[in-house]
Design a protein around this ligand. Structure first.
Ligand code: A2P
Length: 270
């Protein structure tokens, strides 16, 4: 699996997503992923499973420094004093250092410079290697990057959601775009175009969507699964699509957001 280089970070192009993977299911998924070759695991304070991710990492035969671990600060804990306490909690639950610490959602009230300043203290202390953001618009990511060295913006991205503005902003800042819900939360699994292209490569629709994503410079993807067979399948996606196949997949874009809670920012047109 190739890595995405982004402002000093080396992010494995496929990681395991753990949103909606609770408790033992999460621990089993992380264990299965590490065993079959994943070296990138994504969690968040909000998911309530950091301790299970940490337990799977601790039990694994894979050396900790071979794995790229991401977590995210909750959107209701972005004041500097709250950041300090909540990241201490993440470090305790994970039982290990954090490779990438993200702001989970942009705040409408707390200046991003203040939040990033508090996160930066953990970088200086050596408990966090890199900082980034998640669910930021193009304008928000440009503003945030003034205040800290950021390595990614993690956003929903898949063939049904083009994300042109956010991608251009990340490219311009040397940041990676990490695609969450890269299978559109399951909506892409029965997409006939992906199915047809998959048949030509002996791959599934899910694998074609992931190959389309990580075939783009600067893009990593974190498909979620708790099923060992599908976890393995989602790592076997470093294959080339033809220009014509890519163009057919590009044409599937339809502005579908599967994750748009009421506190979302004013999304870029997509
Ligand atoms: P499961 O955990 O049972 O495998 P996304 O990452 O876009 O949010 O998609 C996650 C959904 O897609 C989950 O419901 C997951 O279910 C399912 N999924 C993940 N990988 C695959 C795959 N390779 N084939 C079919 N379904 C998949």
């Amino acid at each position: 699996m190739h890595v995405v280089q982004a402002n000093g970070a080396e992010i494995p192009a496929v990681g395991l997503g753990t949103w909606l993977s609770p408790g033992e299911a999460c621990r089993g998924a992380v264990a299965a992923a590490l065993e079959c070759g994943y070296r990138h695991i994504d969690t968040a304070q909000l998911y309530g499973n950091e301790a299970w991710v940490g337990a799977a990492l601790a039990d694994s035969a894979v050396a900790r420094d071979e794995v790229f671990l991401t977590t995210k600060v909750r959107r209701d804990l972005l004041r500097p004093d709250q950041v300090a306490a909540s990241v201490e909690g993440s470090l305790q639950r994970l039982g290990t250092h954090i490779d990438l610490l993200l702001i989970h959602w942009p705040s409408r009230s707390i200046p991003v410079a203040d939040t990033l300043g508090a996160m930066q203290r953990f970088v200086e202390r050596g408990d966090v290697s890199h900082l980034g953001v998640s669910n930021f618009t193009a304008a928000q990511v440009r503003e945030a990057a003034i205040h800290a060295k950021l390595v990614c913006n993690q956003v929903e991205y898949h063939p049904y959601l083009a994300q042109r503005a956010v991608k251009a902003a990340c490219d311009g800042l040397g940041m990676a775009l990490v695609a969450y819900s890269p299978l559109a939360h399951g909506h892409l699994l029965r997409e006939p175009v992906l199915d047809e292209i998959g048949r030509a490569h002996g791959r599934s629709a899910a694998q074609v969507a992931l190959a389309w994503l990580i075939g783009q410079p600067g893009v990593a993807a974190i498909p979620k699964s708790t099923n060992p067979g599908r976890i393995r399948q989602n790592l076997d996606v470093d294959f080339a699509l033809t220009g014509e196949e890519r163009a057919r997949i590009d044409a599937l874009a339809r502005g579908l957001r599967t994750c748009a809670p009421p506190f979302s920012p004013d999304w870029d047109p997509s």
